[in-house]
Design a protein around this ligand. Structure first.
Ligand code: GLY
Length: 390
C-alpha cells in the first residue's frame, strides 16, 4: 500500500514537472518569435546580429564571415519549426540568402557553425533540395584546412602566436562533414572527421577529462608544440564553453558512428561538468570552471545552453539511470535559463532571447551580453526536450 502511494506520488510529481516544462517551452517560443522580430529590425538587411550592449543600449551586427553568421538563420528556423509562423520563415530565408556565398569561405575552420546550423536546418525542416549543394560545397571548403600529416583540421591560420592551432570548438564543425558523408558525399569526409576526433581525444584532454582550449601542432609532423588557452582563464584552466563544445562534439560523433569510444568520451566529459565543485546549484556554469574570482565570476548562459542540448542528446544513447541524470540536469539548466535572471523581458535585450553570456573575457570582448549561439542552442535544447522527453 505504502509502495503504491509512493509510486502515485512520484509519478504525479513527474507529470506536474512535464506539464510545467511543456508550458515553459511554449511560453519561450512565443517570446522568441516576438523578440526575433525586433532582432531582425535591429539588424541591417545585409548583416547578422552579433550582440547587444545593455549599458549603451546599442546593437552590434557582423558581416557574414563572422563565425556566428549561421546562428541567426538557424534560430529563426528553430522558432519556425515550433511556431510555423510565416513571417519568421521569410526572415530566415532572407538571411540564408545573404549567407549562401560563404560556402566558399576557407579563412578558418568555422564553416560547420556557419553553414550547417543554418542550411543544415533549412534542408531538414523545409525539405528543399535546393539547399543541399550549398551544404556540400561548404564541406568541400572546410576540408581544404585538413592537414594529413597531423590528421587534424587546422582551426586558425598560422601566425606569430600559433604554428598550427586546433581549438576544442573545432569538434562542432565535424557535424557538417559527417552529415555530407552520410548523405551521398565522399567517405573521405568521414575519415577526416574520425581522424580529427581521435587526435583530439589524444591531445586535448587532461586526466580528469577537462579540456585544453588550444593545442598547437607542427602540421608537418603532428608533434604538439604547446597546449594553451585563448578564451579561457589560464592555459591549465577549463574554459566552460570549450567543455560544452567537447560534450556536444563527442555526443554528435557517437550519433554518426555508434563507436563506443566516442560515447564513453562524452560521458566522461559530462561527469567532469556535472560533478565539478564549481558548477552552481542552478547549473549555469561560471565562464571558466577555474575562474579565479569564483563565486563572483561571471556566468556563461551560452555554455549552459550548449551543455543542456548535448546532455539531452546523450540521454538518447544511455541506460535509464544515466538518462535520468542527464535529463534532470539539462532540465535544471533550461529552467534557470528560462527564469527572469537569464530570459529577456519582451521588447528588451535588443531582441535577443537570453542575457548573460561571455564571448571572450581575456580579449575583453562580448562580456556579460546576449549572443546568437546562446539563443540558438537554448532553442535547440527546448525542441529536443519537447521531441524526446515530453
Ligand atoms: N570560438 C568559438 C567560441 O567562442 O566558442
Amino acid at each position: 500500500m505504502i509502495a503504491l502511494l509512493m509510486f502515485t506520488f512520484i509519478s504525479g510529481n513527474a507529470q506536474t514537472n512535464q506539464k510545467a516544462m511543456g508550458q515553459l517551452i511554449d511560453r519561450q517560443f512565443k517570446l522568441a518569435q516576438e523578440q526575433y522580430y525586433l532582432l531582425a529590425k535591429n539588424t541591417p538587411a545585409d548583416r547578422m546580429p552579433k550582440t547587444f550592449y545593455p549599458i549603451k543600449d546599442s546593437s552590434e551586427s557582423s558581416d557574414t564571415k563572422w563565425w556566428c553568421s549561421g546562428f541567426f538563420p538557424g534560430a529563426l528556423l528553430y522558432i519556425y519549426e515550433y511556431t510555423k509562423d510565416p513571417a519568421t520563415l521569410s526572415e530566415a530565408k532572407r538571411r540564408l540568402a545573404i549567407l549562401e556565398k560563404e560556402k566558399h569561405y576557407t579563412g578558418n575552420h568555422d564553416l560547420g557553425f556557419m553553414m550547417f546550423c543554418s542550411f543544415g536546418n533549412a534542408y531538414r525542416i523545409l525539405k528543399d533540395p535546393a539547399y543541399k549543394p550549398t551544404i556540400d560545397t561548404a564541406a568541400a571548403s572546410l576540408i581544404t584546412r585538413y592537414k594529413p600529416n597531423a590528421k587534424v583540421i587546422q582551426s586558425w591560420n598560422s601566425g606569430n602566436r600559433w604554428v598550427g592551432p586546433v581549438i576544442i570548438d573545432n569538434m562542432m564543425n565535424l557535424e557538417l562533414l559527417l552529415w555530407v558523408a552520410q548523405n551521398g558525399g565522399d567517405n573521405n569526409l568521414k575519415q577526416i572527421s574520425l581522424n580529427h576526433a581521435d587526435i583530439t581525444i589524444q591531445n586535448h584532454f587532461r586526466k580528469d577529462y577537462g579540456t585544453y582550449h588550444v593545442v598547437d601542432y607542427n602540421m608537418n609532423t603532428g608533434e604538439v608544440v604547446k597546449k594553451a588557452t585563448w578564451q579561457g582563464d589560464a592555459d591549465e584552466s577549463t574554459w566552460a564553453r570549450g567543455q560544452a563544445w567537447a560534450l556536444y562534439g563527442y555526443t554528435m560523433m557517437y550519433r554518426f558512428t555508434k563507436d563506443n569510444r566516442y560515447l564513453n568520451q562524452a560521458k566522461q566529459i559530462a561527469q567532469f561538468i556535472l560533478k565539478h565543485p564549481s558548477l552552481p546549484a542552478d547549473r549555469v556554469p561560471y565562464w571558466d570552471f577555474d575562474a579565479k574570482d569564483i563565486p563572483n565570476a561571471l556566468r556563461d548562459a551560452s555554455a549552459a545552453a550548449i551543455m543542456a542540448s548535448a546532455l539531452l542528446e546523450l540521454g538518447q544513447y544511455t541506460n535509464k539511470k544515466e538518462r535520468e541524470q542527464y535529463v534532470s540536469e539539462a532540465r535544471t539548466m533550461l529552467q534557470t535559463l528560462s527564469g527572469s535572471e537569464y530570459t529577456a523581458k519582451p521588447g528588451t535585450n535588443g531582441g535577443f532571447l537570453l542575457k548573460h553570456s561571455v564571448g571572450a573575457l581575456p580579449l575583453k570582448s562580448e562580456i556579460d551580453v546576449p549572443l546568437t549561439y546562446a539563443d540558438y542552442y537554448y532553442l535547440e535544447a527546448l525542441l529536443r526536450y519537447k521531441n524526446w522527453y515530453l
